[in-house]
Design a protein. Structure first.
Length: 155
């Protein structure tokens, strides 16, 4: 095989890869992405409504939450805070989904939130970027990890 043939095959292979990656996601993928975004939104709404039953069925047993203050909280802390009504405002916007594999996905979004953090009357930063790690257990997508980062204008 000549060098010219090898280069032509490599160019053809590259064109196939570029064409394949430029295609829109299949409708099943788009539907899954929308469902995962809806799941993240439902967790915030469950915190607002103090819907402990929903959170218990949605969070994995080993769920971990890293809040904007940088501290790690376990599943019990997250559920207890929802039960106490620590979240009084939640609005999700600009969501993005990164599929890790067929059983794991990261949903990242910006949100406006009003909640206590730490000892009262401390409030968490109002504007945050949150990342949720969803894993599929059986037929149910469950939230395994959440991390919040305070948003601030660039200096």
């Amino acid at each position: 095989m000549t060098m010219r043939s090898i280069l032509m095959m490599m160019g053809l292979g590259l064109a196939v890869v570029i064409h394949g990656s430029a295609q829109a996601p299949a409708s099943g993928d788009a539907m899954l992405e929308q469902a995962l975004i809806a799941n993240s939104k439902a967790v915030g709404e469950a915190q607002l409504k103090r819907d402990v039953a929903f959170l218990k069925s949605t969070l994995t047993d080993d769920f971990v939450d890293v809040r904007s203050e940088g501290k790690m909280h376990d599943r019990k802390d997250f559920i207890d805070d929802a039960e106490d009504g620590s979240v009084t405002e939640f609005s999700l916007y600009k969501p993005r989904v990164l599929m890790i594999d067929e059983n794991a996905a990261m949903v990242t979004y910006d949100c406006i939130i009003k909640m206590t953090e730490g000892d009262a009357p401390n409030l968490a930063p109002r504007y945050q970027r949150i990342s949720d790690l969803w894993i599929k257990q059986g037929e149910q997508w469950r939230l395994k990890f959440q991390q919040a980062t305070a948003s601030r204008p660039v200096d």
